[in-house]
Design a binder for this molecule. Structure first.
Ligand code: CMC
Length: 426
């Protein structure tokens, strides 16, 4: 028996099976069970993949117990405070931070591709008024595969980068257009003189021939939010992107699947739910009632913006955003009513035994919800903002999957608990 292996004993028969232990650069060792079924005739059962590494990856490292997050070896607080979102997007795609020259060239590539095909406007027109921007965004991203069918196979690195640039450049435009259409407002085309994040806020807020002034802190806050969302290893939406990519589907279809997965309240929809929940709570006096609901086992009510599958001590992204929120409170006119309710909930949750025992700390969405609200970004756009940040991560994961020579179609098995055969015998 090799030292780097684990032995599984079937207590029913006494049979022993060895499985190799793979050593990561960082993090827990990983048992390779890919031959488990072949060797033992059994499947493994892992609800929600809590103990399963679904791939090898060199992109993002998380240590949930220590509250550590790194992209390509760089700590998130360094990237969030010293680098821009486009530096981070470049890092994820190219595996290294860009020089000033390379960053400029990257920005130029994105600006060139920031307009969308005019025919796509018919797609926006087809949606009913008040359609959720995430519904429009996922359809519009999937439809890019129809507009750019020239590079369906993505055989060369140039084709892959073309796809990556298109997606990162067009998502803000599609996102802003989705919102403008949903509100019946005229769309604002990209302003190529503006930076990536400033241009998005401009397309969201401006009116034709109307100059708008954006405060530097607004641009910085949104840029930081993009950076903090840029990747998060094998979360639900990234897994969805990888599963679809493993079928050889078009990358735009894979990214659109990521958008759909991210929309859910337990994932990217959480920051919208944070604000909706604060509005529903309505006043500081009602907080205790809702905290009691959150603690009641027979009540499905959950405190939005609290808890995390991986971070069990603190969410490092939340720590960065907490500081940013405090700066925004000083510099912008934050809705003090919601802030008061949020502050009370935060205080209780950080000291109440129920939350402390279960390690339910404020997560990134608790603070990003409050910050986006302060930036006067409509609630329905919160998950869209998450998508804009996450797009480079999804693409980097898509590229990594494609580069692995032993890539296999994702096809889990199941523990069947349905009826035995009922078909009548002839
Ligand atoms: N409010 C009240 N109780 C909670 C909450 C909450 N927000 N989150 C977890 N719990 C309780 C849960 O009831 C369970 O209690 P018990 O042990 O008595 O049965 C215990 O804590 C463990 O919960 P879990 O559901 O097993 O934890 P999970 O790792 O499966 O879920 C989560 C993680 C984020 C889905 C969950 O904490 C949650 O629903 N939070 C609210 C939604 C939210 O803020 N989501 C954003 C996550 S961060 C975004 C991202 O990184 O993508």
């Amino acid at each position: 028996m090799s030292k780097e292996s684990i032995t599984v004993i079937d207590n029913r028969t006494g049979e022993k099976f060895d499985f190799p232990i793979l050593q990561p650069t960082l993090g827990p060792d990983v048992v390779d069970i890919s031959s488990f079924y072949k060797d033992t005739g059994m499947f493994t059962f892992d609800r929600g993949f809590t103990s399963t590494a679904s791939c090898r990856s060199k992109i993002t490292y998380i240590d949930g117990a220590k509250g550590k997050l790194m992209y390509r070896g760089y700590d998130i607080s360094y990237l969030a405070t010293k680098k821009t979102f486009l530096d981070v997007a470049y890092l994820l795609l190219h595996k290294e931070l860009p020089s000033e020259e390379k960053l400029k060239a990257f920005q130029f590539e994105l600006k060139k591709r920031s307009y969308i095909n005019e025919s796509m406007k018919k797609l926006f027109d087809a949606f009913p008024d008040n359609a959720h921007p995430m519904a429009i965004l996922s359809s519009a991203i999937a439809s890019l595969s129809a507009f750019y069918s020239d590079s369906l196979d993505m055989d060369t690195p140039e084709e892959v980068m073309e796809m990556a640039h298109r997606i990162i450049a067009k998502i803000p435009t599609i996102a802003a257009f989705s919102y403008r259409y949903s509100q019946g407002h005229p769309v604002i085309y990209p302003d190529l003189t503006k930076g990536f994040t400033e241009n998005f806020l401009f397309m969201l807020r401006a009116y034709p021939h109307n100059y708008i002034e954006l405060k530097p802190i607004e641009i910085e806050a949104l840029d930081t939010i993009f950076t903090l969302h840029a990747d998060h290893e094998q979360n639900a939406s990234t897994t969805a992107v990888r599963v679809v990519a493993s079928t050889q589907a078009h990358p735009y279809a894979a990214i659109s699947t990521g958008v759909s997965a991210l929309w859910g309240r337990a994932h990217g929809g959480a920051n919208e739910s944070v604000i909706r929940q604060l509005e529903m709570i309505g006043s500081v006096e009602n907080v205790d009632k809702y905290i009691a609901k959150a603690k009641d086992k027979n009540d499905p009510f959950r405190l939005m913006g609290f808890g995390h599958r991986v971070y069990k001590n603190f969410d490092p992204r939340a720590t960065i955003l907490k500081k940013l929120r405090d700066r925004l409170v000083d510099e912008l006119d934050i809705d003090s009513h919601l802030l008061e309710i949020a502050n009370k909930i935060e205080k209780i949750a950080l000291s109440d035994e129920y939350f402390v025992k279960r390690k339910l700390y404020p997560n990134i969405d608790f603070y990003s919800g409050l910050i986006l609200n302060a930036l006067k970004i409509p609630k329905e756009m919160f998950a869209v903002i998450f998508v804009m940040g996450r797009a480079p991560g999804w693409i980097a994961q898509w590229i990594e999957l494609k580069e692995q020579p032993d890539m296999k179609i994702a096809r889990p098995r199941q523990l069947y608990l349905g009826p035995d055969e009922k078909t009548p015998k002839e």
